[in-house]
Design a protein around this ligand. Structure first.
Ligand code: SF4
Length: 395
């Protein structure tokens, strides 16, 4: 019942694999694929790969075997999101405007739809930063197209996501900032990726690890943890600390935001500023938090919300195992990848620094505002569905 009635489109699947197979056959299209952080923690589950065997590098080999021209990483987009969202948070804190504080994260389209339909008077509190894969799409069709010397219309961007709500996100009229049609052409779920591998008879056990392509395949551990509940908050705090104080806090200084609990609160010090944070996953918890905010029972500066319980690791597009909930195990894989990453701060990603140097200038620059931010008020929710009030009890 949850799958057919999910009010925010986080569970309702549409198969788009044929659109991708067609693009792969078209010699005029340059196919660019990106995979979300949480996908790397789940893609091997139905293919008989252990967690150690299901590396992101083996997934890169699998995607090249399917026929993609460039294999990149949404974690690059996540690092870029942190640069924009962290800067946006500091700006809002400086202004102290009650209309925009507390600031809510904006990378979960299921949550955005929930906020717009249930609490439209609070939409100004959402960060305007686009989700990482949409930022990636806009960068692929501008900066990367320029690097290749081709027209943006020849770049076909496919996002492999743990998420079905992102299918409708890429269709929004506000997600054509490059002006050549959708910035992300097709969103596939982890389950659809597995279907494509099976349809092409690709035996992933025989594939060797291959490096991702550059520059949009370079990412940090901060980008990887986006796939776990609390990960966006932690990554943002690592960089907000640097942006505010010009020095890094230890990478694990903000780990109090981790864990599968549906509503977590923490307080951190950024120099003289005390930052009160909350992390919620599951829309039932989001509703309770907003009602508590409105009743002035709680008070925060920065809030992360993910529609799926456990965050994207437990997303509606991930492999389903009857009777098993794997969000926590997958999140552990992501935290392990972060722990062993060569770089753990988004603001130290060399490809992101070069992107700002050569293209955007600085976070929140006019070009960054045009391509990396969005207006949540600029599109209408489809007619309010009568099941919304019923369904929040299920979420
Ligand atoms: Fe999609 Fe992640 Fe949001 Fe679930 S939590 S709706 S998987 S973005």
């Amino acid at each position: 019942q949850c799958i057919t009635h999910c009010p925010v489109g986080a569970l309702h699947e549409r198969d788009d694999t044929q659109k991708v197979f067609q693009a792969l056959k078209d010699p005029d299209q340059i196919t660019v694929v990106q995979m979300a952080p949480a996908v790397r923690a789940a893609w091997g589950e139905e293919l008989g790969l252990s967690r150690d065997e299901a590396t992101v590098e083996r997934m890169a080999a699998a995607l090249r075997a399917i026929g993609f021209d460039y294999v990149f990483d949404t974690d690059f987009g996540a690092d870029l999101t942190i640069m924009e969202e962290g800067s946006e948070l500091l700006e809002r804190l400086k202004k102290g405007d009650a209309k925009t504080l507390p600031m809510f994260t904006s990378c979960c389209p299921g949550w955005i739809r929930f906020m717009k339909s249930q609490f439209p008077e609070m939409v100004s509190h959402l960060s305007t930063s686009k989700s990482p894969h949409q930022m990636f799409g806009a960068v692929a069709k501008t900066y990367f197209a320029q690097m290749l010397g081709v027209d943006a219309s020849r770049i076909f961007v496919v996002s492999i996501m743990p998420c079905v709500a992102k299918k409708s996100e890429c269709d929004l009229p506000t997600m054509d900032d490059v002006g050549t049609g959708k910035d992300v052409n097709v969103v596939l779920t982890t389950r659809e990726l597995i279907r494509m591998l099976r349809a092409d008879h690709i035996n992933v056990h025989h594939l060797k690890d291959e490096a991702l392509d550059s520059p949009l395949g370079t990412a940090t551990g901060a980008g990887v943890i986006f796939g776990a509940t609390g990960g966006v908050m932690e990554a943002a705090l690592r960089s907000a600390h640097y942006l505010a104080l010009h020095e890094n806090a230890p990478a694990d200084a903000f780990k109090a935001v981790r864990g599968g609990k549906g509503w977590k609160e923490s307080t951190f010090q950024l120099g003289d500023t005390t930052l009160r944070t909350a992390v919620v996953s599951g829309l039932g918890n989001a509703r309770k938090l907003i009602e508590a905010l409105k009743n002035q029972e709680v008070s925060y500066d920065f809030i992360e919300v993910m529609a799926c319980p456990g965050g994207c690791a437990g997303g509606g597009g991930q492999p389903i195992h009857d009777g098993q909930e794997l969000a926590e195990v997958r999140s552990d894989t992501l935290y392990d990848l972060d722990q062993h990453a060569a770089l753990r701060y988004s603001h130290e990603n060399p490809s992101i620094l070069k992107l700002y140097e050569d293209f955007f200038g600085e976070p929140l620059s006019p070009l960054a505002e045009k391509l990396l931010h969005t207006d949540h008020e600029a599109w209408e929710m489809p007619g309010k569905r009568s099941c919304l009030d019923l369904d929040h009890k299920l979420l």
